[in-house]
Design a protein around this ligand. Sequence first.
Ligand SMILES: Nc1ncnc2c1ncn2[C@@H]1O[C@H](COP(=O)(O)OP(=O)(O)OP(=O)(O)O)[C@@H](O)[C@H]1O
Ligand code: SF4
Ligand SMILES: [Mg+2]
Length: 356
Amino acid sequence: MPDEPVLDVRNLSVSFTRRSLIPGRRRTSLVVDDVDLTVHKGRTLGLVGESGSGKSTTAKAIVRLVDAQAGEVRLNGVDLLSLRGEALKRARRSVQMVFQDPYSSLDPTMTITECIAEPLTVHRIGDRASRVTAVLDLLDQVGLPRSMADLMPSQLSGGQRQRVAIARAICLHPDLVLCDEPVSALDVSTQNRILQMLTDLRASHGISFVLISHNLAAVQQLADDVAVMYCGTIVERGPAQVVTADPKHPYTRALVSAVPYPDPEVQRTRTRVVLTGDPANPADRPPGCVFQGRCPEVMPVCRSVVPRLADDGTGRSIACHLYEPAPAPQSAPQAQPHNGAGPVRKLRPDTAGKGR
Ligand SMILES: Nc1ncnc2c1ncn2[C@@H]1O[C@H](COP(=O)(O)OP(=O)(O)OP(=O)(O)O)[C@@H](O)[C@H]1O
Ligand code: SF4
Ligand SMILES: [Mg+2]
């Protein structure tokens, strides 16, 4: 019996409503659509997808910085979305978020000590002396000299500020840290050092991470599992090695093909899948598969039937009509859309879905 997951997100949906240009009308965008995610203790889930796919909104809904319209966010078995007041404040200690921009995520008027200790102050943990001791210890853990404790954020580089943001995120000993593009504003060598530091913190503290990035290569380095998001929907998820070595969903295949391979000989033999067309608009989602407008393998069925995530038998799930559930022995025919149960098999694009 596997351990209970640290994070178990079920059917999470978030939509935003804006005023339309037409007076009196409103436009609703379904930005996160029925998302399921699971993170186990000490593991890292990489959440990848291009700009606007809903990664940050998913993370913000998990930590309740935006309201979800539907779903459950279970943290150690407790649904965060159902908590209020003191219970929510207590639960929030266990889940922290690190944002992309190290220049705006720290209060410029606070010293580094005050920035890192702020969550301890807010939750009234310890006295001033014990907080200072905790900050010095955290500076050691994130590889910053203790002499930086009295500096202001403006005196630090981008990489140093991101280390401060991470120290602040781990100061309450959370079970889960969601890092939203934590290295994309940094140069490549700093990116690698920060990712290595997250790996070390995971090993030493047993923290679980959700690592959000539009860059699959950055996620590959750290993630045990990967979930690929397109227009608010998880289109493929599974063990990182399985998904990146043998991507199945046409969108994941395009993402993986864009990651440069370290060996130039191998790189020369690889084919880059270049997607044409614009990303789907969450305010104007097509019926059927959200990826149909850019999919090189689109079939008639894709225009009308929403593909559901289905397990391929290796712990990986794919939401694509190319991979239909294999019929169960002597069972009745599957209904469409299928319910995601059972292993999947690949259909030939030229025959799959014909006549539907
Ligand atoms: N507060 C908001 N009000 C209205 N629409 C929003 C709001 N926040 C995000 N959106 C829209 O939701 C969609 C998803 O945005 P989100 O920031 O979650 O994407 P993302 O995958 O994190 O993108 P990026 O890689 O650029 O950070 C976008 O279309 C965005 O315009
Ligand atoms: S369901 Fe159809 S359009 Fe969507 S990814 Fe699969 S083949 Fe392409
Ligand atoms: Mg984002």
